[in-house]
Design a protein around this ligand. Sequence first.
Ligand code: 5GP
Length: 199
Amino acid sequence: MTSSTGRPPSVIVVTGPSGAGKGTLIREVLKRVPGVAHSVSATTRDLRPGEENGREYHFLTLEEFLDRIERGDLLEHVTYVSGHRYGTLRSEIDRITEKGKVPLLELETEGALKVKREVPGAVTIFISATVEELERRLRERATESTGEIGERIALARHQLEQADEFDYVVENDDLDRAVEELTELVRGLLAGVGTMARP
Ligand code: 5GP
């Protein structure tokens, strides 16, 4: 349970299983809440159609990614399914904070827990959905190979069990309702109000 401190969070982390709709929800919240900005992560995975380097991610080669780790440029980093690397750039957090905004991070659960443990003032929000819904969305998106979808679903099952570790849970059963709930939650956090989503 998170208590109200009267201060906005240092960062807001949105996490949850692949296919829970984190990306869509975050895009909608960014349109509605001017006080937050998306922290653009680094990754070694390939661009998907419609993505742009520097917008969805900073797309790096493995060599470049390892070099950034070596230089201490990453706040946290993980190796995800099929060996792709993902990491939060400290420079993104600084860039956003210097503008007087709160960085909004989209992370898988391992990275989110690390930020929760290590970054003072971080607030974590878990986006949840049923396994059936996750599987349906991943197949619909079909940007991964069938094998990789299988791996993501297995991981998603495991990640759903971790929901309790986070400060808030938003159920994405209905997109409009979930957008509304997450928007109100983020607005409340920026205003320094720790609205209680958890019993
Ligand atoms: P996707 O390949 O679908 O864009 O992302 C795969 C997973 O990596 C998602 O769960 C996403 O939230 C997570 N992710 C994206 N950027 C980062 C990051 O910087 N750090 C961590 N730990 N996870 C990330």
